[in-house]
Design a protein around this ligand. Structure first.
Ligand code: M6R
Length: 614
């Protein structure tokens, strides 16, 4: 949700900022802009659309200089156009800034500034903040840092900002509240700033993650100084990045999404590496080991998340309840946070988030914390806000996920939830030794089975060809395959723009069945297990109404094969682990359908990878 990049130092700043914007484009691609400070003058260039538009636009301009700030936008206030693009500049041209977040009280501040005679050019909340800083600086004569601090004290909302000023040309100032910001420390008093570490890693591995209400002054000559909002100086906590550059490249694949789908045998393996061993019969999640008793004795575990991560929570609910007999409730973070939920000290609130930055999920955790609950997290991005806010948690170790549609993060989240559920079940005595070892060895076998599905890509591609022109699609599943159906539908709609809905298979007859005709493809997870016969009956109901069935079945299935229009066979596994495999063909189907429809799979319209505003 908007990406920010900045550089200050002896190198040419623009190429670094442009490169960074390309890395952060997954956060928003409505417009891009850059401002370069040279010899006390700031020049700003901005363009609607992708970073490549900006790149073309500045080709014949002088963009040399050692300080630059850049922005790639996911529009919140005002349409995506050149004027609303960041950076924004104060009316007197002195202060320029980029911003990620939302200034909620921007309207009242804007009116106050208008009453002083200011005229705004854009519709954005960001321009208002920029004018406010400049107004304070001009009217009180304070330096930029003080003006920013005073302005931020008036602001309600979320922000990560980078500010520069013609009057004080040796520095940039950064600040954060509820939106992420990382500072990379270069070797020669040069600094790299970004919304996440991906634009920074190729230059330095030394980073400081800013905390809420922190402001840092990055000075070419004097280095970095960190303050809290009350101007008290703090010691920056420098961390070493574990990220590798290759993980941020497409590695020969046409799209990041395809690469990430194909990485799943490895990402699942990485996720359970060092956390379980079937032969030796142990399982351990270091990050939460001191919290297992608390989880076991909790009144309930409330899982909160958004989008795909919410689907992972639903799978987690089946696993925790069935294996460990622990009471779980799954909540959309956005609803939970505003519903005045009943939470007490004996509750565990577990947030799941790939990015670890989703605003609603973060706010749900803050609410739970304020009411005394223990808050835990499952995140992919190391050092993210959620991972830092929670009492404890586990990383998914899936590696950077750049495609906006989540794939490998989902299977990694489900893997962590499975390991958690098994640990808890074992500790509670709900799994005997034989069952415990059997599920562990089934889990260890998952990467190979996922690979076996990936090896069927050509067959799945042919099925995609058959259904690529559908206007609608239904996805059905029962038990823990119901969230897989929801996830399949979300994948299809978000990247191919085909309207798709997921339902518990048995719910179909309570309404959605009215939609079925010969034009409607119905994707059904019909693997062998407890509800198999029931799902077969649901398939018959669809066929009786001339719907087209594409079924995900267990290898060797004959019954569904006889009635379905198309089948995709997946290897047999322990029933609790089916979501980890059944998800894969649905991801591949969605990917190829979207590609065949000419859609931009890595950057679908209107979406952003990391939703840091509510
Ligand atoms: O980073 P998070 O896991 O918290 O993100 C949650 C959702 O925004 C995300 O899963 C979204 O639904 C994806 N576009 C799904 O592919």
């Amino acid at each position: 949700m908007c990406g920010i990049v900045a550089y200050i130092g002896e190198k040419q700043a623009y190429p670094i900022v442009l490169n960074g914007l390309k890395r952060l484009e997954y956060r928003g691609y409505d417009s891009a802009g850059v401002a370069v400070l040279k010899n006390g003058n700031i020049n700003t260039y901005k363009k609607e659309g992708k970073v490549s538009n900006l790149e073309d636009f500045v080709k014949d301009k002088d963009i040399t200089g050692g300080i630059a700030i850049g922005h790639t936008r996911w529009a919140t206030h005002g349409p995506p156009n050149d004027v609303n693009a960041h950076p924004h500049t104060s009316e007197n041209g002195n202060v320029t800034l980029v911003h990620n977040g939302i200034i909620e009280n921007y309207d009242s501040i804007r009116k106050e500034l208008e009453s002083k005679g200011y005229t705004f050019k854009s519709d954005t909340d960001t321009e208002v903040l920029c004018y406010l800083i400049s107004d304070i600086k001009t009217n009180t004569g304070v330096k930029l840092g003080k003006a920013i601090r005073l302005a931020l004290q008036q602001v309600v909302g979320a922000y990560a900002i980078v500010v520069m000023c013609e009057d004080e040309p040796h520095k940039i100032i950064v600040a954060r509240k509820s939106s992420p910001l990382v500072v990379g420390i270069g070797k020669e008093n040069d600094f790299y700033v970004a919304s996440d570490a991906t634009p920074i890693v190729e230059y330095t591995k030394q980073v400081v993650y800013l905390n809420d209400d922190e402001i840092a002054v990055l000075n070419k000559e004097k280095g970095m100084k960190l303050y809290n909002i009350d101007e008290v100086q703090k010691e920056p906590y420098v961390e070493e990045l574990e990220l590798h550059l290759e993980a941020l490249e497409k590695g020969g694949y046409e799209h990041f999404m395809l690469k990430e789908i194909h990485e799943q045998p490895t990402s699942i393996q990485d996720c359970f590496r060092g956390r379980l061993n079937a032969k030796e019969g142990w399982v351990s999640l270091g990050g939460i080991k001191y919290y297992l008793n608390r989880i076991m004795n909790a009144d309930r575990v409330v899982m909160v998340a958004c989008g795909t991560s919410w689907h992972a929570c639903l799978v987690g609910e089946y696993l925790f309840e069935d294996l460990a007999r622990i009471n779980v409730e799954v909540e959309y973070a956005s609803e939970f946070r505003y519903r005045n939920p009943i939470i007490n000290e004996n509750d565990i609130v577990l947030a799941i988030s790939q990015s670890g930055e989703t605003a609603d999920t973060l706010a749900a955790l803050e609410l739970a914390k304020s009411r005394g609950a223990t808050i835990l997290g499952i995140c992919n991005v190391v050092g993210s806000s959620i991972s830092r806010l929670t009492d404890a948690g586990s990383y998914t170790h899936a590696g950077p996920e750049i495609g906006v549609a989540s794939t490998k993060a989902f299977t990694a989240q489900v893997t962590v939830l499975t390991i958690m559920a098994i640990s808890l079940a074992r500790r509670k005595g709900k799994l005997n030794e034989a069952k415990f070892r059997s599920i562990l060895s089934s889990l260890e076998a998952i990467p190979k089975k996922v690979q076996a599905v990936l090896d069927k890509t050509e067959k799945i591609k042919k099925i995609a060809e058959k259904y690529k022109d559908a206007a609608n699609a239904l996805y059905l599943g029962r038990g823990s395959s119901f969230p897989v159906a929801l996830e399949g539908a979300l994948k299809l709609k978000e990247i191919s723009y085909i309207h798709a809905e997921g339902y518990p298979a048995a719910e179909m007859k309570h309404g959605p069945i009215a939609l079925i005709d010969e034009e409607m493809p119905v994707f059904v997870i019909a693997t062998k297990g407890t509800s198999y016969e029931k799902v077969v009956s649901n398939i018959q109901e669809v066929k009786a109404r001339k719907g087209k069935i594409v079924a995900i079945v267990t290898d060797g299935d004959e019954q569904v094969k006889a009635i379905a229009d198309d089948i995709i066979e997946i290897p047999e596994t322990n029933e609790h682990l089916v979501p980890l495999i059944a998800t894969i063909p649905l991801q591949i189907l969605s990917y190829y359908i979207a590609v065949m429809r000419g859609c931009n799979v890595d950057q679908p319209r209107n979406l952003a990878k990391s939703v840091t505003v509510e």
